[in-house]
Design a protein around this ligand. Structure first.
Ligand code: DAH
Length: 343
């Protein structure tokens, strides 16, 4: 009997020390002490071995033990319920969510992607070249030998002289890189950043973006050039836009032409952007000079080609009415945010 009393005492200590941090632990406690095969039941079973004269007193002890375990079970259960309640209370589902600010594509990227996708539909592939160039790819190969006055047209950032390394002044250098590795037919566009030593203002910057185009095959004519570029502007700006070609000079094309489109800012009525002419220049173009083809071993009697180079900033200005070139690189989110809807 003494032994049983000691055992009950030990169980009570165990019960008093029991803890539960989740519902599974509460259930494990219930099974261990209060379940059908639990310790309370098995201690109760000892009653039959208790002498009759002690049964009453012993019954009392067993009953207390049972209540003690049940009580603890209730306490554990309650503590779990409370803690669940308090986590639920600490989340206020009516609060507004914390905003995730999503960036936007840069307007120049948007416009470059549009240009690329229009020419892709015409079967042009995309080629890119390095921004740090040697003199040959930027000038020599494009028919601008040293001391050629046309080099003065572009104020160059030189990285080194002899050998001359420079920041490319135009994406025409990528034409040279493509012709080096590919044989006609060639049909590529080359988007990229170019650099010129200009004083930064609303109208000029020391870097800007171009998309170059090059198409070389048998029987490519000036009519192909005109129709391709006309298709491009109509896709880019809509069917209403007008184009005109003005004779021009570039060392790497002959004949050469600059292409203007009707001013979309003022509807050709005359404004600052079109300098009151109703026309805005968007690109230079021409038939690839035979010298350039020969520089890369392309037979200029068999093959002809056209090329063009357009300014992405200018196209962007006409499309989105951005009138200060500096905005593109100032990282002012008030400007950049305005392109949220454009993809
Ligand atoms: N590279 C010229 C520039 O930066 C633009 C240009 C004119 C590119 C005529 C061409 C071209 O491919 O045929 O001003």
């Amino acid at each position: 009997m003494e032994q049983l009393l000691q055992q009950i005492e030990l169980y009570k200590q165990e019960i008093a020390a029991a803890e539960a941090t989740n519902a599974d632990m509460v259930e494990a406690f219930r099974i261990k002490y209060l379940g059908t095969k639990g310790l309370v039941k098995s201690v109760m079973g000892e009653m039959k071995n208790v002498p009759n004269d002690q049964k009453k007193a012993f019954g009392q002890i067993l009953n207390d033990f049972k209540l003690f375990a049940e009580n603890k079970f209730e306490i554990l259960k309650q503590s779990i319920d409370d803690s669940q309640q308090s986590t639920a209370n600490s989340i206020d589902l009516s609060l507004p969510g914390s905003p995730v600010s999503v960036g936007t594509r840069h307007p120049l990227s948007i416009v470059r992607n549009q240009i690329v996708s229009i020419f892709k539909r015409l079967g042009f592939a995309v080629s890119e070249g390095p921004e740090i160039e040697d003199d040959w790819h930027n000038f020599g190969a494009m028919n601008l030998p040293e001391d050629h006055p046309a080099r003065d047209m572009q104020d160059t950032f030189y990285i080194s002289q002899n050998p001359a390394w420079l920041l490319r002044t135009h994406t025409s250098s990528v034409q040279a890189r493509v012709m080096e590795h590919q044989k006609p037919p060639i049909r590529v566009i080359c988007p990229g950043r170019v650099y010129r030593n200009e004083t930064i203002s609303a109208r000029a910057h020391c870097f800007f973006h171009q998309v170059e185009g090059l198409y070389i095959d048998e029987n490519v004519s000036f009519a192909d050039l005109k129709q391709t570029l006309y298709f491009f502007v109509q896709e880019m700006f809509g069917k209403e836009v007008k184009v005109r070609f003005r004779p021009s000079y570039f060392p790497f094309t002959e004949p050469s032409a600059e292409m203007d489109i009707s001013c979309l800012i003022c509807d050709s009525k005359g404004c600052n952007v079109c300098k009151h002419t109703g026309w805005v220049e968007i690109l230079g173009s021409g038939m690839v000079h035979p010298k350039v083809l020969e520089n890369f071993g392309i037979d200029s009697n068999k093959y002809t080609g056209f090329a063009f180079g357009m300014g992405v900033e200018r196209i962007c200005q006409l499309k989105y009415q951005v009138n200060d070139l500096r905005l593109y690189s100032q990282n002012d989110v008030r400007f950049l945010k305005q392109f949220t809807g454009a993809i």
